[in-house]
Ligand binder design. Structure first.
Ligand code: PGA
Length: 252
C-alpha cells in the first residue's frame, strides 16, 4: 500500500519514559487502521525503547548529523538511529532551520546521510509569514524543495516532503484548504521535475496546527498525503482522531 496516508507525530523536546504508555496506546490505535501508516518521532532518548515496543507504528527521529561518526559532541548520526530501530528521520524542520541555522545544503546532507544509513527521510519546507505576505510563499517553498531534498530518482521512494508554513506551527492558525492544495500542487510539480516519474509516489504531508477538528479538510486537500503533527500528537486520543480522519480519507 505505497500510497496509504502517512500520519507522523513530531514530539519535539517532549517525552520521558513515562510517555511510553501513550506511545503504546497510539500503536494499538495504529493497528486498528492498517490503511494508514502511523509514525512517531520522539526525542532521541526514547527512540530505542519505543522502537522495541511498537507493533504497527514506525519510529523515527527528529534530526541527525550529516556524518556517520566522529568528533561531533552532542550529535547523533543516522547509523546510530538505524541501530536504535528508527525507520525514518525528519530533517530541515523549521525549528532546526531557525534555531540551529540549518540551510538547505545542510538539510540535504543530513537527508543523504539518513538514506545512506538505510532510513527514510522526511524533508520539511515552509514559508514564514513575512514571505507569504510578500507573495513569495510558493517560490520560497519550491526553492527549499529544489535545494534540500536528496537527489537521484532511485531514492524517491524513501523520501517524504512535509509542507509546514512556519506561521502555522504551534499557533492554531492554518492556511485555507485552497492555499494548501495550491502549495502542494506546486511542490508536486517541483518533485516531478527533480525525480521524473518516480516523483509521483513521493508523499507530501501537511503540517502546522493539525488537530482532530481540522484534519478531515486538510487531509482532503489536493496532493496531501498525510500530516506531520506536533502538539496534537502528544496524547493518544487527539493523535488517533487524526489517524481516524486519514483512515476515512484513505484509499485514493
Ligand atoms: P504543531 O507542530 O502541530 O504543534 O503545529 C507541527 C510541527 O512542527 O511539525
Amino acid at each position: 500500500m505505497p500510497n496509504r496516508p502517512f500520519i507522523v507525530g513530531n514530539w519535539k523536546m517532549n517525552g520521558i519514559r513515562a510517555m511510553l504508555s501513550e506511545a503504546r496506546s497510539i500503536d494499538r490505535g495504529a493497528a486498528r487502521h492498517p490503511d494508514v501508516r502511523v509514525g512517531i518521532a520522539p526525542p532521541f532518548t526514547l527512540v530505542l525503547p519505543m522502537a522495541e515496543d511498537m507493533q504497527a507504528a514506525v519510529i523515527g527521529a527528529q534530526d541527525c548529523h550529516a556524518k556517520p561518526s566522529g568528533a561531533f559532541t552532542g550529535d547523533i548520526s543516522a547509523p546510530m538511529l538505524a541501530d536504535a530501530g528508527a525507520q525514518f528521520v525528519i530533517v530541515g524542520h523549521s525549528e532546526r532551520r531557525a534555531m540551529h541555522a540549518e540551510g538547505n545544503a545542510e538539510v540535504r546532507a543530513k537527508g543523504d546521510a539518513a538514506l545512506a544509513a538505510g532510513l527514510e527521510v522526511i524533508v520539511c519546507v515552509g514559508e514564514t509569514e513575512a514571505e507569504r505576505d510578500a507573495g513569495n510563499a510558493e517560490s520560497v517553498v519550491t526553492g527549499q524543495v529544489a535545494d534540500s531534498i536528496p537527489l537521484g530518482e532511485e531514492v524517491a521512494s524513501r523520501v517524504t516532503v512535509a509542507y509546514e508554513p512556519v506561521w502555522a506551527i504551534g499557533t492554531g492558525r492554518v492556511p485555507s484548504v485552497a492555499d494548501v492544495g495550491a502549495m502542494h500542487r506546486a511542490i508536486r510539480a517541483k518533485i516531478l521535475e527533480i525525480y521524473g516519474e518516480g516523483g509521483a509516489a513521493v508523499r507530501i504531508l501537511y503540517g502546522g496546527s493539525v488537530n482532530a477538528g481540522n484534519a478531515d479538510e486538510l487531509l482532503a486537500a489536493d496532493e496531501v498525503g498525510g500530516a506531520l503533527v506536533g502538539g496534537a500528537s502528544l496524547a493518544a486520543d487527539s493523535f488517533l482522531a487524526i489517524v481516524t480522519a486519514a483512515s476515512g480519507a484513505g484509499g485514493e
